[in-house]
Design a protein around this ligand. Structure first.
Ligand code: ARG
Length: 582
């Protein structure tokens, strides 16, 4: 519906440009909003306000001209001009019903496989393997998963890339420590089962023990030179660490598998080529022995040129070099039209530089979208980066244990008729869902406060609330013994609540479109919360099973069933498992 009105507005702009009302060459971005207040219509636009200046016209007069130039159509029932020149559109009810009937008949709920299908590479999770995954990796992993699922649902060819950090100097100290521990085979395995402790022990020796740091450095050199013994130790370490990651992914219900791992080290052989390409384009400058690129787009605070170092004096390569090689591969080999990076916002300068440089190096052209979806930090209640009780970083595995424990407490404390094993299942689903949803429902660009009580609450925009709402709609059908998919008859909009719910349901495709475009799962969370709210009001005000006549009963059953399917689909796109009962 939104798209259709946008097309109508674009046609109006074209007509007004052709007849001279609007100057040539003005191509406004047509923006349609969903007004909060129903009396302002179903959609509103500020188009006339935006165009008034270039057109040298009064905005209200221009709004009238726009309305008059909209081609005749069956969608817009009525247009009002409001305030300084907003245009409000009221949608024809028959159209609304028709859209919902189409959604009803479609397994994809009216989300058309988006016309154009793109190959989208999405780089997410991407932890460093030297340590165990901690709270900082949560955001990339679950936001990335939700965006990947949404893009797939839209019909894109989505390729996940888990760009794990498995290379670099820290591995020297880990190998040195491993060499010593491995003398006693069994204990090394055991020790690697707790990577965090293993890392700390190695780091302590690196800092304190005479000769250890030198040994670590020489092991890195040997590893990079392809020494079989070092390679084998390293491989063993990496495998163990990846197994830890996979456990976390499986528990979180994230779709990543070992197949999606494309580690930093996978690009090692491409790095000399990257340097050669940059040199060939005349982009390289030697600075104190290091190979650097200076881009005029990036200057320091004092206006001094900022280098991107791509090769150190000793010949070693850097994070940036690998990222250049990764773009080269993703665009060149995987044929990506769009590459998305779900990475901490603090790396935004790095990605700005990489993207700009890739275009200059010819690794991406103007048709390739390169996007950094940055996210903020996870904070504790004290407003500082989230820490475990002992003040250390919180391992993700521990965090998820606590989530499930708290959820179980909550459920068993509520007085429930579920069996113990059902309770355990519900607790697992609710616990994981709460952690995920708390993250997904916040605008990813800001920091957010990790707070157990809020995320596990049954009130507000939370996982427990939505999971419960979903089971409540399901129970309508269970109680009546009706198959939700077999409901017959036409939707009718008898009361304000029927209509509100119908309007919410009709927004699903446009919400999906905006999540896919902007990589913002919180749009979907906010929408599902509103949908659940609209259903709640509908359920209170409108008898479903006891509706006055059979046609109305069927219409309401259909609206309820569509609500349930939309909630289920939406939660699924967020990577959230749903429940039959709770
Ligand atoms: N391993 C990096 C980190 O933990 C994130 C990698 C993100 N992806 C990339 N292509 N740079 O900070």
């Amino acid at each position: 519906m939104r798209e259709q009105i946008e097309v109508l507005l674009a046609a109006a702009v074209e007509t007004l440009t052709a007849n001279g009302t609007l100057p040539q060459g003005v191509t406004p971005r047509i923006q349609l909003d969903r007004p909060r207040d129903k009396s302002h219509g179903d959609f509103a636009t500020n188009l006339a306000l935006m165009l008034a200046k270039p057109a040298k016209q009064n905005p209200r007069a221009l709004a009238e001209a726009i309305v008059a130039a909209i081609p005749s159509n069956a969608i817009i029932e009525k247009s009002d001009i409001a305030g300084p020149g907003f245009i409000n559109f009221f949608v024809n009810q028959q159209q609304l019903i028709q859209q919902l009937e189409q959604a009803w008949a479609d397994p994809n709920l009216g989300v058309a496989a988006s016309g154009e299908s793109h190959t989208v590479v999405i780089d997410y999770s991407s932890p460093n393997l030297a340590k165990e995954m901690h709270v900082g990796h949560l955001r990339s992993t679950i936001i990335g998963d939700a965006v990947a699922r949404t893009l797939t649902f839209q019909g894109h060819n989505v390729i996940a890339q888990n760009h794990v950090g498995d290379w670099g100097t820290q591995f020297g100290m880990l190998l040195a420590h491993m060499e010593d521990e491995l003398k006693d085979q069994a204990s090394a395995r055991l020790q690697l089962s707790d990577l965090e402790t293993f890392y700390k022990a190695a780091k302590k020796r690196f800092d304190d023990e005479d000769g250890f740091a030198d040994r670590a450095r020489s092991l890195v050199v040997k590893l990079q030179g392809g020494d079989p013994h070092c390679q084998q130790l390293w491989q063993e370490f990496i495998n163990t660490s990846l197994e830890h990651c996979q456990e976390v992914y499986d528990r979180l219900g994230v779709q990543l598998t070992r197949q999606d791992v494309m580690a930093e080290s996978a690009y090692n052989d491409d790095l000399p080529q990257v340097i050669q390409d940059l040199r060939g384009k005349g982009l390289l400058v030697e600075d104190q022995g290091a190979q650097c690129v200076f881009l005029e787009e990036f200057k320091g605070k004092e206006g001094e040129p900022l280098p991107i170092i791509v090769q150190k004096k000793d010949g070693g390569y850097l994070y940036a070099t690998t990222d250049l090689a990764a773009v080269r591969y993703r665009v060149g080999e995987l044929n990506a039209d769009r590459v998305i990076y779900v990475v901490d916002a603090r790396q935004s300068l790095h990605f700005d530089q990489i993207f700009t440089l890739c275009r200059k190096a010819g690794y991406a052209n103007e048709n390739t979208l390169l996007e950094h979806l940055g996210f903020g930090m996870v904070l504790g209640k004290d407003g500082r980066p989230y820490k475990s009780r002992d003040g250390g970083v919180t391992k993700l595995a521990d965090l998820l244990n606590e989530a499930e424990r708290r959820a179980l407490e909550l459920i068993s404390g509520k007085g429930t008729d579920l069996t113990a094993s059902e309770q355990a299942h519900v607790a697992r689903v609710v616990g994981i869902a709460s952690v995920k949803y708390a993250d997904l429902s916040k605008n990813r660009t800001s920091d957010y406060m990790f707070d157990w009580d809020t995320m596990l609450s049954f009130e507000g925009n939370t996982a427990p609330y939505l999971l419960y709402a979903n089971t409540r709609v399901k129970s309508v059908f269970q109680k009546a013994g009706i198959d939700a998919l077999a409901v017959q008859g036409e939707i009718q909009l008898a009361t304000e609540q029927d209509e509100n719910l119908a309007n919410k349901l009709a927004q699903f495709p446009e919400i999906i479109a905006s999540v896919g475009k902007k990589g913002m799962p919180h749009f979907l969370c906010g929408y599902l919360f509103e949908l659940a709210g609209a259903f709640s009001s509908f359920y209170e005000a409108c008898p479903i099973l006891n509706a006055d006549d059979p046609a109305l009963k069927n219409s309401r059953l259909k609206l309820a069933a569509l609500t349930q399917r939309t909630l289920e689909k939406g939660l699924g796109l967020l990577g959230i498992e749903t429940l039959e009962r709770m």
